[in-house]
Design a protein around this ligand. Structure first.
Ligand code: F0G
Length: 458
């Protein structure tokens, strides 16, 4: 039978209750959270689309594996399983465990970065940029021009601008820390990167003799797009496509909290022994011994299993198509979106939705608050709150885009939850003209979106 309904390719064995609330209660919660959803209690959230990171539901197989976790300080069997699995997938000899992506980032970018160095990426994720800038180095984003136009259709909007890369590597000769390809490109809209683009980036990096790293936390999802959109790739398996991409790089940083289908974990994979040794020293000082790096044996067991499960074609098909389903529904309602829909999330163009709110009054933050107030849905602003930069006179240079991300946790919500989200957007649209912007009343120096306090502008 050819069917229209995307069924979840799993059934539910264990459930977690969702606390329902009224709009009045949520208005109160928003005040208490200073209009920053990061400061809400999760028990007050109905549908949590804040992130797809660490929010996956693990399989029965993973939970069973947890019981097999070997918690030895050194030489844990679970580490051997994880190391074997990561080596097999990445083809890289040196694997360093870390408790999450940013821990691996701090190790490698802390080692490679210093004042005067530059790092170049299709788009640095916020923690990647923060780790690089914290070292004193500079992070430059060069997505392709098509990636910046939210309405434009293009199969690989996550691609890096290869000509700009060549130019930058000439300009910064001798000062490049690394080139980082983020797959899929999270901050740029959850958009995929083609294998051809990765090949182009790799060959330019080789020409200039600079290190080429993959930020590979959603590489299985990226492989789905390559298989279905890139000419000549339909005959390869998702895993083979990922392996071909890894084969092009000198190293990879992974937050296992995404495509390894676990709640905590990460790793650094490297080809070069000298670089791996330097990173290992830092690993032992800050994360833990080389055979656990901040992870429990049971976490490593779950990662080893999750990294296999994620390449299951039925899972990946359901995953990408169900994200697209939400995007398509919202598009049909008339919600301005980043298109085509990416792998792990739907990105709303808040600048277009709330055209009456200027960027320095944070239209994305306004939408995030509206979604929570109206539907108890938690989402994240990816715009001028996250990436705006102050200049010397205290004014704000806004981010190129004002997006709001609805990130879909893996294997967690069913289709009726997604229908509910779409329904909340009907109300968002009905009330759009009434919505006002926000001002920041308190903020830290780095990663301000996590803890900043806001006030509505009346
Ligand atoms: N790189 C990318 C592309 C990411 O999306 C993330 C995390 C990281 C690195 C850092 O990994 O959280 O394990 O330290 N992204 C999460 C998100 C937080 O919501 O997109 P981490």
């Amino acid at each position: 039978m050819k069917h229209r309904t995307i069924i979840e390719p799993f059934r539910i064995k264990s459930v977690e209750p969702i606390g329902l609330s009224t709009e009045e209660e949520r208005a109160e919660h928003l005040i208490n959270a200073h209009y920053n959803p990061f400061l809400l209690h999760s028990r007050d959230v109905i549908i949590d689309l804040m992130t797809d990171s660490g929010t996956s539901a693990m399989s029965a197989h993973q939970w069973a594996g947890m019981m097999e976790g070997d918690e030895a300080y050194a030489g844990s069997r679970s580490w051997e399983r994880m190391e074997q699995e990561v080596r097999d997938l990445t083809g890289m000899p040196h694997i360093l465990p870390a408790h999450q992506g940013r821990a691996a980032e701090r190790i490698i970018y802390g080692h490679l970065g210093r004042p005067g160095k530059v790092f170049i990426s299709n788009t640095h994720f916020d923690t990647t940029r923060a780790n690089i800038e914290f070292s004193g180095a500079m992070a430059i984003d060069i997505p392709i021009a098509e990636g910046k136009d939210t309405a434009l259709q293009h199969p690989f909007k996550g691609n890096m601008d290869v000509a700009a890369l060549d130019q930058l590597l000439k300009e910064h000769k001798g000062h490049v820390g690394a080139v980082i390809l983020t797959v899929t490109n999270n901050s740029g809209g959850g958009q995929p990167v083609s294998l051809a683009n990765a090949e182009g980036v790799a060959s330019i990096c080789r020409k200039h003799d600079v290190l080429f790293l993959l930020d590979c936390c959603r590489i299985a999802e990226n492989s789905w797009f390559v298989k279905h959109r890139e000419p000549g790739m339909e005959g390869s398996t998702y895993r083979q496509i990922a392996q071909r991409m890894f084969a092009l790089a000198d190293g990879a940083v992974m937050s296992a909290k995404k495509d390894a289908l676990v709640n905590m974990g990460g790793f650094l994979a490297l080809r070069d022994e000298v670089l791996a040794d330097a990173c290992t020293n830092l690993l032992i000082i800050t994360e833990g011994f080389t055979t656990y790096g901040g992870l429990s044996g049971r976490d490593m067991e779950a990662i080893a299993i999750g990294l296999r499960e994620v390449f299951d074609p039925h899972y990946l098909d359901y995953r990408i198509k169900s994200t697209t389903y939400l995007g398509r529904k919202l598009h049909e309602l008339g919600v301005p979106l980043m298109r085509p829909i990416g792998g792990h999330a739907v990105y709303i163009d808040a600048k277009k939705l709330y055209a009456h709110i200027p960027p320095h009054q944070y239209p994305g933050q306004a939408l995030v608050c509206e979604l929570y107030r109206l539907g108890g849905i938690r989402s994240v602003e990816i715009g001028s709150v996250m990436f705006g930069k102050y200049v010397a006179d205290g004014s704000l240079i806004p981010s190129a885009m004002e997006l709001v991300r609805l990130a879909i946790p893996r294997r967690v919500y069913t289709q009726s939850h997604i229908e509910y989200v779409a329904e909340a957007f009907e109300e968002v649209l009905r009330q759009r003209d009434r919505v006002r912007g926000y001002r920041i009343v308190k903020e830290p120096k780095f990663l301000r979106h996590f803890t900043a306090h806001f006030e509505p502008i009346v």
